[in-house]
Write a protein that binds this ligand. Structure first.
Ligand SMILES: [Zn+2]
Length: 143
């Protein structure tokens, strides 16, 4: 008892630091994995619908349309390019979601694909398809 009080006092004065595992990212619990699997599946649905809905706007602009003027045709082409790059991003994200669902099946979900440390529930909640932990993501982006 006396010893605990001494430790508490030292902690309070900043002489001792809290155990390092307090700051470590925990492995996911089963409940968390189930939640993240739900969001992955919902996200996949949503992105697939988005792809379906945008397939028209990303189609090449017909250049022989006489009813549109030069400027609006350029607008239409810009909009088409934007839609096409949106679609590419969405498709890349869908790929990550598919990979994440595969990791889930194999029981390897939630570990960073580079350093194998847990990615952490909070980060996965924000982006359940991410294959990298914060540190590795930062390294990849050259930060
Ligand atoms: Zn990592």
């Amino acid at each position: 008892m006396l010893q605990n009080d001494a430790v508490t006092m030292l902690l309070r004065r900043g002489v001792l630091r809290p155990m390092p595992q307090d700051n470590l990212i925990e492995e996911l619990t089963e409940e968390q994995v189930a939640l993240l699997e739900q969001s992955l599946r919902a996200l996949r649905e949503q992105l697939l619908k988005h792809l379906e809905a945008s397939s028209q706007s990303a189609a090449p602009v017909a250049l022989d349309q006489t009813s549109v003027g030069r400027l609006s045709r350029m607008d239409a082409m810009q909009a088409q390019q934007l839609a096409a790059s949106n679609r590419r991003r969405t498709q890349a994200r869908l790929e990550q979601i598919r990979a994440a669902l595969k990791f889930l099946e194999q029981g390897e979900y939630g570990a960073c694909s580079r350093c194998e440390e847990p990615i952490g529930f909070r980060r996965l909640q924000a982006r359940p398809e991410t294959p990298l932990c914060v540190a590795c993501q930062g390294r990849r982006e050259g930060r």
